[in-house]
Write a protein that binds this ligand. Structure first.
Ligand SMILES: NC(=O)c1ccc[n+]([C@@H]2O[C@H](COP(=O)([O-])OP(=O)(O)OC[C@H]3O[C@@H](n4cnc5c(N)ncnc54)[C@H](O)[C@@H]3O)[C@@H](O)[C@H]2O)c1
Length: 253
């Protein structure tokens, strides 16, 4: 059996998915990266320094055949699958009153339904004893925040789905966990931090660490959850937010 772990990471063209791909490669894994954008995937591959351990697949996670295509691609290219990182997701949601049916469905399709479908496809192939899934939830899936209803609903559902899969597939030696990042500087958040002073005040100035998160902060947590160091951790949602969500922190200056 090939002993090098094989990871499949959705939405790895930029941001947290890219950082996770680079972190898992650094840890020695083979990595399948998927994204809508071929150019971004190629950039991730070039940044890796180990292009022979990276296989890129352009696809939309919501496409009917996307999960089967991605899993078959991983098996074909690297001979197995150990770690599924359900990362692809969209942000910038609104309140319930401002959200159309079409917008609601789009959040549900990308942020939640694709995670269910990729997990269902991958689970029979994850190698017992080392197989694991990590879902990208959010602190907004754990507590309320203004104006993020469809986003928060999908991320809260991922926390529940994570627990459920941990219970159902633990007996097969598969661990399932989630990370709940705070505000991390990626293309998803960079513009809002730059242009929305209230959001910055709410999210960054009230973080005890007084800084925005770095993609590497999340990638390190995901690597930990995949690694043998986390061999008795399953069903857990790990916040990576510099302490933002555990207090009502008011800056003194
Ligand atoms: N950045 C944050 O502060 C933050 C905080 C909490 C949770 N998250 C979650 O982490 C994940 C990654 O966030 P990010 O900040 O890196 O986002 P990002 O927008 O920077 O990157 C997301 C990537 O996913 C890809 N993608 C989007 N829709 C897709 C689809 N339908 N099919 C395939 N690929 C698709 C995009 O092309 C992009 O490369 C998301 O699930 C997000 O909700 C991010």
């Amino acid at each position: 059996m090939n002993t090098t772990p094989v990871a499949l990471i959705t939405g790895a063209g930029q941001g947290l998915g890219r950082a996770t791909a680079l972190r898992l490669l650094e840890a020695g894994a083979h990595v399948v990266i998927t994204d809508l954008d071929a150019r971004l995937l190629e950039e991730t591959r070039e940044l890796s320094g180990a292009p022979e351990r990276v296989a890129a697949l352009v696809q939309d996670v919501t496409a009917q055949d996307a999960p089967a295509q991605a899993v078959a691609f991983a098996l074909d290219r690297f001979g197995g699958l150990d770690w599924l990182i359900n990362n692809a997701g969209i942000g910038k949601a609104k309140s319930v009153a401002q959200t159309s049916d079409e917008e609601w469905d789009r959040y549900a399709d990308i942020n939640l339904r694709s995670v269910f479908r990729f997990s269902r496809e991958a689970l029979p192939h994850l190698r017992p004893g080392r197989g694991c899934i990590v879902n990208l939830a959010s602190i907004f899936g754990l507590l309320g925040h203004p104006g993020v209803a469809p986003y928060a609903a999908t991320k809260a559902a991922l926390v529940g789905l994570t627990r459920q899969m941990a219970v159902d597939y633990g007996p097969q030696g598969i661990r399932v966990n989630a990370v709940a990042p705070g505000i991390i500087e990626t293309p998803l958040t960079a513009e809002r931090i730059r242009t929305d002073a209230r959001f910055k005040a709410l999210m960054i100035d009230t973080t005890p660490f007084h800084r925005i998160g770095r993609p590497e902060d999340v990638a390190n947590a995901i690597h930990f959850l995949c690694s043998d160091q986390a061999s008795f951790i399953s069903g857990h949602t790990l916040t990576v937010d510099g302490g933002w969500s555990v207090g009502n922190y008011v800056p003194t200056a």
